[in-house]
Design a protein around this ligand. Structure first.
Ligand SMILES: O=C(O)C[C@@H](O)[C@H](O)C(=O)COP(=O)(O)O
Ligand SMILES: [Zn+2]
Length: 292
């Protein structure tokens, strides 16, 4: 089955009130777990690679080749989009497209709005000419730069009017507005900006993306989906599932050294974690089967 862009899968998700899971690729076992879970749940899925992992994975071409090979080997028939996560520049987005990615995110959110619009528009023009979907970001999603947000609390929540302008001026396929979610573990209860989310959905009309999808309570996920969130990014929960499974194996068998055993346990734990997210997002059974 060929890889597909995110455009149709996200439009359908928004119309039918569910979200497609975006899961980041950390190594071989992540790829295996994500693809097998999606296939077993009959769900479209987004496999994502962020720049911090390029070196670890051996580069973008290795990541793309790995995903394509596993799709063929496992006879995956659900739609799979291969997505560049948090792309940092026009050049990096082109590099991903050249490597075979079918979707890119251009994260120009740290620039002033005009520059964000200009960079995003350039990526959209190049990507759309090749049938590749584009995600943009506005505002700043917390995580490693938490101190910045203490100094600039408004940056946690994107302005609906600026989101409208960004979408109108660029033609992006989906938008990740900062709405109080953070990457990694939450310190306390997440406080998503639902009224802004509703306004942004109304003003932009595009599927919305929720970054920092790990650790958000189920009722907030359901509410976000009801307000137009059609893509939810998850990484930390899969990483935790993997490391906890490895720790358990090693605690039970301290002399263990065969990676098939401890990495196999990690893969099974991630597969269960991905399946649970797919079900929580209402995406189970939503795949239109693709030809092999
Ligand atoms: O960790 C990465 O490199 C990717 C993440 O930024 C991803 O885009 C994301 O939003 C996942 O958030 P998490 O579930 O809080 O790790
Ligand atoms: Zn993210």
């Amino acid at each position: 089955m060929p890889l597909v862009s995110m455009t149709d899968m996200l439009r359908k998700a928004m119309e039918q009130n569910y979200a497609v899971g975006h899961f980041n690729l950390g190594n071989l076992e992540f790829a295996q777990a994500i693809l097998q879970a999606a296939q077993e749940e009959s769900a479209p899925v987004i496999v994502a690679v962020s720049p911090g992992y390029f070196h670890h994975l051996g580069g973008l071409t290795v990541a793309a080749t790995l995903v394509r090979a596993l799709i063929e080997e496992y006879k995956i028939t659900v739609p799979v989009a291969l997505h560049l996560d948090h792309g940092q520049s026009f050049a990096q987005c082109l590099q991903a497209i050249k490597a075979g990615f079918t979707s890119v995110m251009i994260d120009a959110s740290h620039f002033p709005l005009n520059t964000n619009i200009a960079v995003t528009r350039k990526v959209v023009e190049a990507a759309h000419a090749l049938g590749v979907s584009v995600e943009a970001e506005l505002g700043r999603i917390g995580g490693q730069e938490d101190d910045l947000y203490v100094a600039e609390p408004d940056a946690w929540y994107a302005s609906p009017e600026e989101c409208q302008l960004l979408v109108q001026e660029t033609g992006v396929d989906c938008l990740a507005p900062a709405l109080g979610s953070v990457h990694g573990l939450y310190r306390g209860e997440p406080k998503l900006g639902f009224s802004r989310m509703e306004q942004i959905r109304r003003l932009t009309g595009v599927p919305l993306v929720l970054h920092g999808g790990s650790g958000i309570p189920a009722e907030q996920i359901a509410r976000a989906i009801s307000l137009g969130t059609a893509k939810i990014n998850v990484n930390t929960e899969n990483q935790l599932a993997a490391v906890q499974a490895i720790q358990k194996q090693l605690a039970e068998q301290p002399g263990l050294y065969d990676p098939r055993q401890y990495m196999g346990a990690a893969r099974e734990a991630m597969k269960d974690a991905v399946k649970a997210k797919i079900r929580q997002f209402g995406c189970c059974g939503k795949a239109e089967r693709m030809p092999l």
